[in-house]
Each structure stands twice: as C-alpha cells, then as structure tokens.
Design a protein around this ligand. Structure first.
Ligand SMILES: [Zn+2]
Length: 278
C-alpha cells in the first residue's frame, strides 16, 4: 500500500480519494492511436479503459488546512452504481473533520473537481466545509457563464454559482499566494483558468498538478491531449513546462488522476522521462 501522506519540508500533504471514473481509451484520447499506448501497458486496464482516480489533497501548512479539489461528490439518485462519492467517508476514516478545512482551492471547475463543494437541503445550499473560503480562478469562473461552455461545466449552477450568494467565494487572478509556502499558479489549457498549486518549504518543492496531466504516460508524451483539454495547444505548453520543471528541480508531484495516492517524481533514464510513483 503506497503512502497516502507525504511531507514537503514542513508541509503535510494527504491524498483522499472520492472514487474513480473510467473511460474508453480512444474516447478519452481520441487523437492518440491505440497502438501508441502499447508502451504504457500499466496505464490501460485489461478492458482497454483509462481509470482515473479522483484524489483531493488535504494540505496542512503554517497552521492552516487547505483542500485542493472536491471530487465528483455525492452519488446521484439516478446512478446508484457510480464508483465515486467516497470522499467524506474517507475523511471520517482518517479522523479528519470537514470543519477543519480553512480553504477549498479548486484547480479548475470541471465537475469531477467541485462535487463536494456543497449539498442542497430543503432547496437551500449548504457548504460541505462550513468554515472554508472557496478559492477559484476568475477565468474559469467567467467560463462557467459562457453558453458555449455549458457542457464543460454542467454542475456550475449547483456546485459553484451559489458560493457567491453565500459570501464564501474568493475569485483570484494570476499567481495567488495562499501563504509563505503555497502559491496557486496559472497553468491554462485544460480549462481557461486552470491552476496548479506550488509548494515550497525548507528548500523542498512540490506541485499539485490538477488536470494539467491525466495519465503517467503524459510525463513522457506531454503532447498527448485528452478530450477534456479545452485548448489543446495551451494544455500541451503548460504540461511540458510543469513536467520539465519538475524533472529539473526534483519536485514531488501530486497528480490527482494518477493511480492513488498520485505521489511521485519525474525521473530520466536513457534519454526518456518516466513517472516514478512513491
Ligand atoms: Zn479531472
């Protein structure tokens, strides 16, 4: 069982899964011929599917607790067999309370990253993390209001827009310093305002990548894009930059859709890059 918690200097990062999502390989990576995956057999299931873990990262730094992304959320009544909805029970099993979270930071606003933001009770919205400020990027926030992107952000009206009315929303732009150890950095492409979270403490570095990367194969094949990348060219550029920097600096990576818990590093062997899980 891989460690579900790591330290980056003084910063504690714990991985909590909300479950998983599975897609047909060629459906999720429509522009990548199936034979190209032959070099990455461990990234494809026996049924030729891509299995995405749904990790949220709970970060303790300088006295505050930050939750990065909130999974798919509660299982819908019309799809009771869904393989997600586990985040809060995993919190409970680890003795983490929802009221400990000071900030919920969303890397981006796709439905698999905002699902536990809030629940609806008697036609009212209640934040799942009652003491948290909810942080997201202005570009993604604006994108959720654009009719042409409605299909990309199908849960905006129930998981995002009410945050503003509740007065618990912080919309940020550019580089956003959360504290002396954590900075949200624009890494656009997957969505217009996608952010990754940089960790820097005691000379050590870490990065929560969000959906700048989906599959370990993309550590080497950074130009491979999934259909979820809204602007493929910018997504490639952001992914390449992040992966190259992580290799150069020996950064600890937290990749939420990689096999749980999603911690690892980029290593180079005989002129190729590899994902080395912790
Ligand atoms: Zn995602």
């Amino acid at each position: 069982m891989p460690e579900s918690e790591v330290m980056v200097g003084n910063v504690r990062v714990a991985s909590f899964s909300d479950g998983k999502l599975e897609f047909d390989l060629c459906n999720f990576y429509p522009s990548i011929p199936e034979e190209n995956w032959a070099r990455y057999p461990e990234d494809v299931t026996a049924e030729h599917k891509i299995s995405l873990n749904l990790a949220s990262y709970l970060i303790r730094s300088q006295g505050i607790t930050i939750l990065v992304d909130t999974g798919m959320g509660p299982v819908p009544e019309d799809a009771p067999e869904s393989a997600w909805g586990e985040l809060l029970s995993n919190f409970e099993a680890a003795g983490v309370r929802t009221d400990e979270v000071d900030k919920v930071v969303m890397t981006h606003l796709h439905r698999d990253h905002v699902g536990w933001n809030m629940v609806s009770e008697n036609d009212r919205y209640r934040p799942v993390f009652p003491n948290a400020r909810y942080v997201l990027s202005r570009k993604d926030w604006e994108a959720t209001r654009m009719p042409e992107y409605a299909e990309r952000f199908p849960t905006a009206s129930s998981k995002l827009w009410p945050l503003e009315e509740l007065g618990i929303l912080d919309v940020v732009e550019g580089e956003y310093a959360i504290n002396g150890e954590l900075t949200a950095l624009p890494t656009p492409g997957h969505t217009p305002g996608h952010m990754s979270l940089l960790i820097s403490s005691q000379g050590q570095k870490g990065v929560v990548m969000g959906d700048a990367i989906h599959s370990p194969a993309q550590v080497q094949e950074w130009e491979w894009c999934s259909r979820a990348d809204m602007d493929p060219d910018r997504a490639r550029a952001s992914r390449r930059k992040l992966v190259e920097k992580a290799e150069r600096e020996g950064t600890l990576i937290a990749a939420g859709h990689f096999p749980a818990p999603g911690f690892g590093r980029v290593v180079r062997l005989q002129d190729r890059r590899y994902w080395q899980a912790l």
